[in-house]
Design a protein around this ligand. Structure first.
Ligand SMILES: Nc1ncnc2c1ncn2[C@@H]1O[C@H](COP(=O)(O)OP(=O)(O)OP(=O)(O)O)[C@@H](O)[C@H]1O
Length: 260
């Protein structure tokens, strides 16, 4: 590991999020370092999206702090936002706009001047070079996902937040997205993603945090978590086909009960 990887790009400290009397996030702390892909995993309702929303500054936490590139997301929100790119589950753009118009629109919002060649380059980088004049609403789900990642990274942020980015994608699109995340990491930037896919967590995440009932219950590299928990009776009891997987560890730690 090179020394840069220990520079914290995201610092979440004792974060608390409540909806009325219900505490969805209970004093969560973790850090994401430069050049790291970090996964937030947890059963339905564990508090992943609430954590992400607080990081984005979309909701005011009841306690704790979030810093992006050293800037407090509440007190220095403009600086924090300038260093963060967000692709949400529900990201959707005006379906009537062409993808070129959408890229130009968001570049304009960030004050970035893009030449025609630069726009074309961006489209080619997501294999949509021939679709410059196509309306967003005419794209497939996978194509829309690729456009929204270009938009999330248009200002070259140090941190990219992806909420379940590969849900519903075919294996080819998923692999391509993984490669794009790795390219972001190569540049020394960081990715924080939520996922329900253990395969995805093992394939691309350098470290993961498992969240349950609003608390972090484990945090480490996927292989390290497997090594630490492979002999736990709860893990062995759910292991299939004789080999302990990250999913076995996840279920061993969070239980078999389906969450409402
Ligand atoms: N706006 C809201 N008002 C009230 N409760 C909410 C609100 N948003 C989320 N919750 C509750 O907070 C808890 C955490 O929800 P959150 O969406 O953060 O979980 P999650 O881990 O992202 O789940 P999923 O994997 O299903 O997306 C859940 O019990 C949810 O019902």
């Amino acid at each position: 590991m090179n020394q840069d990887q220990f520079i914290p790009i995201l610092e979440v400290d004792q974060l608390q999020v409540s909806y009325g009397p219900f505490q969805a996030v209970k004093q969560i702390s973790f850090a994401v370092h430069a050049g790291e892909i970090f996964g937030l995993l947890g059963p339905n309702g564990a508090g992943k999206t609430s954590t992400l929303s607080a990081i984005e500054g979309l909701l005011a936490p009841q306690g704790g702090s979030v810093r992006v590139a050293g800037f407090d997301v509440r007190k220095q929100s403009l600086h924090a936002r300038a260093n963060m790119g967000v692709q949400l589950q529900a990201t959707s753009f005006q379906p009537e706009l062409t993808i070129t118009e959408i890229i130009r629109l968001f570049a304009g919002i960030y004050g970035i001047a893009l030449s025609d060649e630069a726009v074309q380059e961006k489209l080619e980088s997501i294999h949509l070079g021939d679709a410059a004049g196509k309306k967003y609403g005419q794209l497939s789900g996978g194509q829309q996902q690729r456009v929204s990642l270009v938009i999330a990274t248009i200002h070259d942020p140090q941190l990219v937040l992806l909420d379940e980015p590969t849900t519903g994608l075919d294996p080819q699109s998923r692999r391509q997205l993984w490669e794009r995340m790795e390219a972001i990491r190569e540049k020394g930037c960081s990715v924080l993603l939520t996922t329900h896919s253990m395969e995805e967590a093992e394939a691309v995440c350098d470290r993961i945090a498992i969240i349950d009932h609003g608390r972090v219950i484990a945090i480490d590299a996927p292989a390290a978590l497997i090594a630490q928990h492979q002999h736990d009776p709860e893990v062995i009891s759910v292991t299939r086909k004789g080999k302990v997987t990250l999913e076995d560890v996840f279920i061993g730690l969070t239980g078999r009960a389906v969450r409402s």
